[in-house]
Design a protein around this ligand. Structure first.
Ligand SMILES: Cc1cc2nc3c(=O)[nH]c(=O)nc-3n(C[C@H](O)[C@H](O)[C@H](O)COP(=O)(O)O)c2cc1C
Length: 339
């Protein structure tokens, strides 16, 4: 199955999502519920556009090599330096073809089979985390459950359960404090202090990742809290309108963290070329969220395999043409930022 076929078959099956040829935030705009962005709906577009302003510096005068795209992180080795990002409340945002359990049951094993791993989302229904835990366990722990910033007792209970999956890391989307549908809920969800996060990181038992960091000061606090990794992310523009693009803030955060935590980034990353750009700006790995939803709706496990291989071959091609035989050899001078 090609990715083009995946897109064609996804069309008309994804509620308000159009399964566009390029997922750039333009057609969905401010559609929430749906895959769009909050307020003006422009932050998802900005995320996508910012990677367009990072250009690749081609240099083919070097040894002929077969690129090694393997990523070693948190004690595991993956075929590529990208993960499927967490997406929750599928039925709310993409119509009734799949609920969160169906989605994770397709995505998690398909990512593991493709040599990568999926982050799973969280929801108000406790069955979502139970299902994610089972799916990750059945895939040999190749998954990262992403717990929402509920009150401390609920976080502790959800994290204790998800650890049973054998997952190699655990995440919290701390920026979900700004999601419209998470406000005024019972159990309550919202912001957390460094001290509260320290206790959570300590109890995680596996590397703890904080997702939704957009500033140097936020990154400093995440490191102080004991995060082994951060995801530079504005939640695809879904929590705060008028944020910068993730590509705009990545390099400053990388410089400030200076190796004290792994740095992942998401938002508008759509091709292997974009993955290369993120690594050149200092990220260790990336997350890609919305296009993996399209891959599942359009082709199930085959769709996930097709999209993963498309990304991987684009990344390898870019490594060849910019002179980077391994991920570590991808350096800042291999890209140029316009503007
Ligand atoms: C419909 C939808 C649901 C999402 N649900 C979650 C979630 O449960 N947890 C989370 O951390 N991020 C969630 N996200 C954010 C994504 O993980 C990701 O940060 C964002 O979409 C940017 O990546 P992208 O541009 O590749 O989609 C969601 C995004 C969308 C569009």
């Amino acid at each position: 199955m090609t990715y083009k076929e995946v897109l064609e078959s996804a069309r008309g099956q994804m509620g308000p999502c159009h399964a566009c040829p390029v997922c750039n935030g333009r057609a969905c705009g401010a559609t929430i519920p749906g895959p769009g962005a909050k307020g003006s709906g422009t932050v998802a577009i900005r995320n996508f556009d910012a990677w367009r302003d990072v250009r690749l510096n081609m240099d083919t005068i070097h040894e002929n090599f077969e690129p090694d795209t393997a990523l070693r992180i948190f004690g595991r080795t993956f075929k590529y330096p990208f993960f499927a990002g967490p997406v929750g409340a599928l039925a709310l945002h993409y119509g009734d073809k799949y609920n969160d359990l169906d989605y994770n049951n397709i995505l998690v094993p398909a990512c593991a089979a493709a040599g990568i791993a999926a982050f799973t989302g969280d929801g108000t229904n406790p069955k979502v985390m139970e299902g994610a835990t089972a799916a990750i366990a059945a895939s040999g722990g190749a998954g990262i459950p992403t717990v929402k910033p509920w009150d401390n007792a609920t976080v502790a209970q959800k994290m204790a359960m998800t650890r049973q999956s054998g997952c190699f890391a655990l995440a919290m989307d701390i920026d979900a404090a700004g999601l419209p549908f998470l406000q005024h809920l019972d159990p309550p969800a919202g912001s957390k202090t460094v001290e509260q996060l320290q206790a959570i990181a300590k109890s995680a038992g596996v590397p703890f990742i904080l997702k939704g960091i957009m500033t140097v000061s936020g990154a400093e606090k995440a490191v102080e809290a004991g995060a082994a990794g951060i995801v530079v992310s504005n939640h695809g523009g879904r929590v705060l309108d008028d944020c910068p693009a993730t590509a705009e803030v990545l390099a400053d955060i990388v410089a400030a963290v200076d190796g004290r935590a792994k740095i992942l980034v998401d938002g508008g990353i759509r091709t292997g070329n974009d993955v290369f750009k993120a690594l050149a700006l200092g990220a260790d790995a990336v997350l890609i969220a919305r296009p993996f939803v399209t891959a599942v709706y359009g082709g199930g496990a085959d769709g996930v395999a097709a999209y993963t291989e498309k990304l991987g071959s684009e990344l390898a091609d870019t490594m060849r043409l910019c002179g980077a035989p391994t991920l570590d050899a991808i350096t800042r001078d291999m890209v140029r930022i316009i503007k």
